[in-house]
Design a protein around this ligand. Sequence first.
Ligand code: HEC
Length: 182
Amino acid sequence: MKTVLTRALLASAIALPLVATAAGFSPYVDAKGGISRPTDFRTHFVHLGSYAVLDEKSAARGLHDVYTEKASAEHYRKTGQFPDGATLVKEIRKLETSAMTTGDPVVWGSDAAVWFVMVKDAKRRFAGNPLWGDGWGWALFKADAPATNAAVSYEADCMGCHVPAAQTDRVFVQGYPTLKPH
Ligand code: HEC
């Protein structure tokens, strides 16, 4: 009896989050739907794929690397859907170019400039929050203020450009080989 109680207490203590999060939903989302930037994605998430925007006129010029949790990628490979709570991080790094022994030019990503984050919400938890809708929470973090979500409205700041991916849950899956069944 005593052991059982201790175990139960221990389990609840371990499950207790440091900040108020939306009841076990996502470690990156607080109770009001505020999204924070995952900082350990390069080592703890899996890499889904990359887009390189070479267009010199584009504000998005850079190397775009996209990551998600390993379990979320596995779930997608099995079902073709992102699970509730899945996190997508797109890191944009500035482009460097030079001739290398592999070719000329060769481009690669240097310092991170911005991070775009999407968190899958299959239950419409934050209906009144302008950063949540179309099945996701949406956030943007810039390198000069990486703790602040610079997006204010997903409809104004994000959705216009994500319409072409409406058939694939707003995600441009064609660039992510990790999501393909193998
Ligand atoms: C200028 C158009 C544009 C805007 C604005 C935009 N996106 Fe995207 N986003 C894209 C495109 C196109 C891709 C995939 C190709 C690429 O990265 O160049 C993408 C990819 C992503 C990805 C990687 C997963 C995926 O959907 O393929 C995330 C995460 C993301 N965007 C989040 C956001 C968030 C959050 C906002 C708003 C704060 C936003 N985006 C605004 C065009 C845009």
